[in-house]
Design a protein around this ligand. Structure first.
Ligand code: SF4
Length: 325
């Protein structure tokens, strides 16, 4: 069992990364579910986990959301919110066939990737997406148009295209490792020097990885708080490990193994873009450190606008939106 009493905190300092936790896209998606319930009543269906965190999902379900994996599971005529990760056009088509009201919670930075893909396809360019096969965002992005996928975990196999100088556009998943993506892009541009490279890794991913690097430089152990299926949490863990520091991805204090702290006095803590701050606070409380020191560039000042159909609901219902939780 893990309690503050059996973690030896006699001279333990916690270094807390900033920024960490909710990004603007996650705040927007969570607000959208809440406002959709206010507007339409319960239940409101959510296609795929609204964001990759079980606590956030449970909280939306407590308010009246029902999470499903496929549009086909949503009863005909219902209201459905599409998750922050983005969805392929086939999901919207299926929703239309089922007479569903779709509210789109796709992060605007993911929508931007979709728009880039469609634009470059119209221009006749060959598109390469660097991303992780099977991740919800990649399912949504690859559905927009024909494209080749490079998943660096499977090896970087740059595709062959016909013609002397094929026009190529390179897009990326928004939550990848900055370092691994640079490696993949380097190999693509070595083969196709004229390839147009869009850096789609989002500000939240970049900033959290930068702060995790700073943590790893000064600590002996890094705890990343968040879910196992969160792409950006896993990348934060990898960033810390790349500095030779032991790192663990945990949902909360119950998953701490107290032996991790043996002989350790400096623990770094960060969290992914879908992790609520309450999870971080619970871990800090369990460790009960001597000092908490903040590391990094500090909070971000970015917010995204609600969809038009929900702005009025937000005003009339007086729901406080845009708040990191
Ligand atoms: S991690 Fe980036 S792309 Fe994903 S929801 Fe947050 S801001 Fe949007």
């Amino acid at each position: 069992m893990t309690t503050a009493e059996n973690i030896n905190t006699s001279s333990m300092d916690i270094y807390l990364a900033s920024p960490r936790g909710f990004c603007a896209g996650v705040v927007l998606a969570v607000d959208i579910v809440e406002l959709a319930i206010k507007k339409h009543g319960t239940p409101v269906y959510v296609k795929h986990q609204i964001v990759h965190n079980p606590i956030v999902v449970a909280e939306t379900e407590r308010k009246g959301a029902i999470t499903v994996e496929h549009v086909s599971e949503v009863p005909e005529g219902s209201v459905v919110v599409f998750s922050a990760h983005g969805s392929p056009p086939s999901d919207y088509e299926e929703a239309e066939r089922r007479n569903l009201t779709v509210i789109d919670a796709t992060c605007p930075l993911v929508t931007r990737v979709h728009n880039e893909a469609k634009k470059y396809a119209r221009e006749g360019k060959k598109i390469i997406l660097v991303g992780h096969r099977g991740h919800q965002e990649v399912i949504g992005s690859t559905g927009q148009t024909d494209m080749s996928l490079i998943d660096e975990r499977e090896g970087i196999d740059v595709p062959e295209f016909e013609g002397d100088e094929p026009e190529i556009a390179v897009l990326t998943q928004t939550t990848l490792s900055v370092r691994d993506t640079a490696e993949a892009i380097g190999q693509i541009t070595e083969k196709y020097p004229n390839a147009m490279v869009r850096n789609d890794i989002c500000y939240a991913t970049t900033n959290r990885q930068e702060a995790a690097s700073q943590l790893a430089e000064i600590t002996e152990l890094v705890l990343v708080i968040g879910a196992q299926n969160s792409s950006n949490c896993n990348r934060l863990k990898e960033v810390a490990e790349s500095y030779g520091v032991r790192a663990f991805l945990i949902n909360g204090p119950d998953e701490i193994d107290t032996s991790w702290f043996d002989g350790i006095t400096r623990v770094g803590i960060t969290s992914g873009a879908s992790t609520p701050e309450s999870s971080v606070a619970a871990v800090v409380e369990a460790i009960n450190p001597t000092n908490v020191i903040h590391i990094g560039q500090g909070d971000e000042n970015i917010t995204f606008r609600l969809p038009k159909e929900l702005r009025k609901v937000q005003k009339t219902a007086g729901v406080r939106t845009g708040v990191r939780r």
